[in-house]
Design a protein around this ligand. Structure first.
Ligand SMILES: [Zn+2]
Length: 428
């Protein structure tokens, strides 16, 4: 296949859309072009002062962004392709990227600009379906963890908390203690498939968006291809035009109309049940169980934390992993995980993290008013060196929540109790 070159477009043709921790997204606004129209450009970022600065040589051949092969070979076996954007490689050029930085860096949030920038040494990026342009509005939801862990591998210290309050709600409490904006959103409501609870979750997402002036990343609105904030009157008017019959910009009214429309969109889509099932079956041991299995199996090597001595899987290993996950994995006795399956469980946890961290884009189908397409985006490969950090964070979050005295009850209505589990913990 002939490669696509970014230099066939001008940096001025691309407008800033949004960014996450690792990547930044621009949308094509230039003259009609078969390859670029209706596409976004996804570029990797690099932190200032990061050692990554020295890893890449812009003049040498670099591998394709691994996200493309990961989606093509791994994710597409787990998620039907109709819910995935198309991704392809685009060849970059350093001077072109530098011009883009000069033109568009000012459109980025100030706090992001202080910490990182486009990695101009990369010579390959991703061209993806533009899900937020070409439509009057689009919404992005980051649903996060949609399940409560099974009690099997939890310690006596954490079991009561972790099986009552979901990870996201505990994390929110932890963040608020550190001065961040809070939210009453609980993912288990969004994932519940119960209309009342889905509406409650959407109401909380809206309130979080409104009260934080759009700074929380669990809900984002895009109006005419641009991310919008609640204080942007013109965009809010366009939202009202889309959602409400009387075009009322009354906040209460708009929240209500948004909640009704999105609840219907989500309840009629299989996307959330797909994500929740993948998250819970891949994270079957909880990070505590994974850590125990790791310590048991690699005694003497584990002092640097979970996964510290484990190399990242190759794409071939990921392919083998998916085969096992789709066959044997479901018949294994996860209450007594086999040390021989350690690497499988570590990879499963990484993949679960991909699905805990992804976003969904909800956009109206062009032809039918009131009906929506739901697409899953941002499915990046997680690396083994994150496991140790996640294990520590898990401890901190739970300890904080315990000491806070809060006891939010989050209901996971798809939870399957593992038989034999209670007895097992008694014997330990
Ligand atoms: Zn919760």
């Amino acid at each position: 296949m002939t490669p696509t070159f970014i230099t066939e477009t001008k940096p001025e043709d691309w407008t800033y859309v949004s960014e996450g921790g690792a990547t930044i997204v621009f949308s094509y606004r230039g003259l009609h072009n078969v390859q670029f129209s209706d596409h976004v450009l996804r570029l990797r970022k690099v932190a200032y002062g990061s050692s990554d600065n020295t890893l890449l040589d812009a003049n040498s051949e670099q591998p394709d962004d691994p996200m493309i092969a990961f989606q093509e070979n791994i994710i597409s076996k787990l998620v039907p392709s109709e819910f995935l954007p198309s991704l392809m490689v685009v060849v970059l050029e350093e001077d072109w990227l530098r011009s883009l930085v000069v033109l568009r860096d000012g459109d980025r949030p100030a706090e992001r600009r202080q910490t990182d920038q486009i990695d101009v040494r990369r010579n390959k990026g991703i061209l993806a379906t533009d899900l937020i342009g070409g439509t009057p509005i689009a919404m992005e939801i980051k649903p996060k963890w949609g399940f409560l862990p099974t009690e099997c591998h939890l310690s006596p210290k954490t079991v009561a908390l972790k099986t009552a309050t979901c990870r996201f709600c505990m994390h929110t409490s932890f963040r608020m203690k550190h001065g961040e904006v809070g939210t009453t959103y609980c993912p288990l409501d969004l994932f519940s498939c119960d209309e009342t609870r889905v509406r409650k979750a959407l109401g909380a997402l809206w309130a979080g968006w409104y009260e934080s002036d759009g700074s929380l990343n669990n809900l984002r609105f895009f109006v005419q291809g641009r991310m919008t904030k609640p204080d942007d009157d013109h965009s809010v008017q366009l939202l009202a035009h889309f959602f409400t019959a009387d075009e009322s910009t009354d906040v209460q009214n708009l929240q209500e109309s948004f909640t009704s429309a999105l609840a219907q969109a989500l309840l009629s889509s299989p996307v959330l049940p797909i994500l929740s099932t993948l998250q819970r079956t891949l994270d079957i041991l909880d990070v505590e169980g994974l850590s125990k299995l790791y310590t048991q199996t690699s005694s003497g090597f584990s002092c640097d934390g979970l996964g510290s001595s484990v190399p990242d899987p190759s794409m071939e290993e990921w392919e083998d992993f998916v085969e096992v996950y789709q066959s044997d994995h479901h018949s294994w006795d996860h209450t007594v995980p086999s040390p021989g399956h350690l690497r499988h469980y570590l990879m499963a946890y990484l993949l679960s993290a991909t699905f805990k961290d992804c976003s969904i884009i909800i956009r109206p189908k062009s032809a039918q008013v009131g009906s929506f397409d739901v697409t899953i985006i941002d499915m990046d490969i997680k690396s083994m060196d994150r496991l140790g950090k996640w294990e520590k964070l898990d401890k901190k979050i739970v300890e904080h929540y315990k000491s806070s005295g809060n006891q939010r009850r989050c209901i996971d209505n798809q939870r399957i109790s593992q038989s034999g589990c209670t007895q097992l913990s008694k014997w330990r």
